[in-house]
Design a protein around this ligand. Structure first.
Ligand code: GLN
Length: 548
């Protein structure tokens, strides 16, 4: 039987529960335990797949094609394990299951209620991952803030489990904020006291209080928090602001968060944490030997969470190259033929981000043209790859009306078209091409030199695809399909011959980059950007000139 650690949050949102949970998981894993993490979100959407990135940040896609909360990305990046549909549960999914069962007659004769039916379904899912002896510890992060109406059933489920399971099988960690009041020159514990009291009123007693704070907690303050919150002083953990999220596991190790949990769970067969690789990664991250500037072209740039996995992939790839990666956000809506040189000046590489819909598309196409013509390292992901195809069709193949039918359903040259099996789909939730698919790679390609393998598996989230009717025309001219799905022939990778580094992928490589295993395209893209930065001047090649 697995043990269960629950992580709740108080005082305010955005305290970084996901990072604390992932850091604790990392430490336990580094001590030899088998750990997984799951996230329970209180909103009513069945999953975040239909949410605008402005609402909820990036939608993370798992191997099995679940559209999930971005915290699952942190879990995978820290633990280097795959998560799945079972690792992210929302109120919507809980209600959907209960209501479907009610319609099937499973509760015949009974009134279906929040307690016990909804809470039973929550508990079933909380325990599910720990049932088949795959894990020693399951960490469950409860989204939202204690006191919210919508998180009540989740807290109630934790209460029941704390009561039903043996004492040593559960740990509850409450993450709170200790604000510093400048005028009083003091750290204040009152919001934490209130938050813990609220949690207690809901019947849950935390075993550990993790305090987010800008300043160090004095022993006196720790004692005060312990006294008012009814925990041992050593169970008051300081979580100081860190320069990088990847420092947090080491900060938590120093505070002994893992040891306190192990003691409460009465787990004794653990080793010293094996964090050598992690520390090596951190060293490279902290002391880079060079620097590159990468332009990130997208349309949700005001919210950094919208491109979380891409930004983290750059952190991993930067560390491998011992190179600081500075990201410059470039709003595609404001790029025109006239200002593109000025907007992209000083960049060592250009990444065109995934996306949906019309807004900003023409600016992306203009930016791709610039990168192609100037030999600027280019990396297009999903919509970014589609933009590269459209740009090439228009400006090199002379198909001036080329477009994607997503943006222009009447286009004369649908070089990007809706996938056949998407044509009948009308519902929006969970209906894209989702999850991991294999991709065969041509040996005489940039992709092969990057991956060093003939087949890879990467994750997808899209409805449109490269239109194979045009493939011959592209390949005869110099844009090659170097990666294809073996079963369907769908184009997964395009690249340009004669360019220092130009690659577009239909899938989302950023979803598989972890600290221990950085994604190879990102690593090689940064390498190419570094070479360009070191060369000091743009690489010139006749093949780079546009024919039109
Ligand atoms: N909108 C495009 C499609 O659905 C690209 C999607 C994406 O970038 N994730 O095919």
């Amino acid at each position: 039987m697995a043990k269960y650690i629950f992580v709740t949050g108080g005082v305010t949102s955005s305290l970084g529960k996901g990072i604390i949970a992932a850091s604790l998981a990392k430490l336990l894993q580094a001590r030899g335990l088998r750990v997984t993490i799951q996230k329970f979100d209180p909103y009513i959407n069945v999953d975040p797949g239909t949410l605008n990135p402005y609402e909820h940040g990036e939608c993370f896609v798992t191997e099995d094609g679940a559209e999930t909360d971005l915290d699952l990305g942190h879990y995978e990046r820290y633990l280097n394990i795959f998560t799945s549909q079972a690792n992210n549960v929302t109120t919507g999914r809980i209600y959907q299951t209960v209501i479907n069962k009610e319609r099937e007659g499973a509760y015949l004769g009974k009134t279906v209620q929040v307690v016990p039916h909804i809470t039973d379904e929550i508990k079933r899912r909380m325990l599910e991952l720990g049932q088949d002896s795959k894990y020693d510890v399951v960490i469950t992060e409860i989204g939202g803030t204690v006191g919210d109406i919508e998180s009540l059933p989740f807290v109630e489920a934790v209460r029941q489990l704390q009561w039903e399971l043996p004492e040593e099988d559960t740990v509850v960690i409450h993450l709170t904020l200790i604000p510093y009041l400048k005028a009083a020159k003091e750290l204040k514990t009152k919001p934490t006291q209130h938050s813990v009291r609220m949690l207690s009123q809901e019947g849950v007693h935390p075993d550990i209080i993790v305090c987010r704070t800008e300043r160090s907690l004095t022993p006196e303050l720790r004692r005060k928090i312990a006294l008012f919150c009814n925990v041992k002083p050593e169970a008051v953990i300081e979580a100081a602001d860190a320069a990088s999220i990847y420092e947090v596991p080491l900060l938590m190790q120093r505070e002994k968060l893992d040891l306190i949990c192990l003691r409460k769970m009465e787990i004794t067969n653990y080793g010293e944490p094996e964090m050598l690789k992690w520390k090596e990664f951190l060293d490279k991250l902290k002391y880079p030997k060079s620097k590159v500037t990468i332009g990130l072209i997208g349309k949700y740039l005001e919210l950094q969470d919208a491109y979380k996995s891409i930004l983290e992939s750059f952190v991993h790839a930067g560390a491998v190259n011992e190179c600081q990666v500075q990201i410059v956000n470039v709003h595609s809506e404001y790029i025109t033929d006239i200002n593109v040189g000025e907007k992209l000046a000083g960049l060592d590489g250009l990444l065109v981000a995934p996306g949906f819909g019309m807004r900003g598309v023409e600016g992306k196409i203009t930016a791709v043209r610039y990168a192609r013509e100037k030999g600027l390292p280019f990396f297009g992901i999903c919509l970014g790859m589609q933009m590269a195809v459209i740009e090439y069709a228009r400006n090199v193949l002379g198909l001036t009306g080329a477009h994607s039918t997503e943006m222009d359903p009447q286009t004369a040259e649908p070089v990007i078209d809706l996938m056949d099996d998407q044509k009948q789909v009308t519902a929006k939730g969970g209906t894209m091409r989702l999850g991991a698919y294999p991709c065969d790679i041509r040996e005489d390609s940039l992709a092969f030199s990057i991956y060093g393998k003939k087949q890879v598996s990467e994750r997808h989230r899209h409805r449109w695809e490269f239109n194979n009717r045009y493939l011959e025309q592209f390949e005869n001219s110099g844009m090659k399909a170097s990666g294809k799905n073996p079963a369907t022939g769908l184009v997964e990778i395009v690249e340009l011959t004669g360019h220092p580094f130009f690659i577009g992928v239909q899938y989302h490589p950023e979803l598989k980059s972890t600290v221990e295993s950085p994604q190879p395209i990102f690593v090689h893209f940064i390498k190419a950007a570094k070479e360009r930065a070191e060369a000091g001047s743009p690489v010139k090649s006749a093949a780079l000139q546009s024919t039109i």
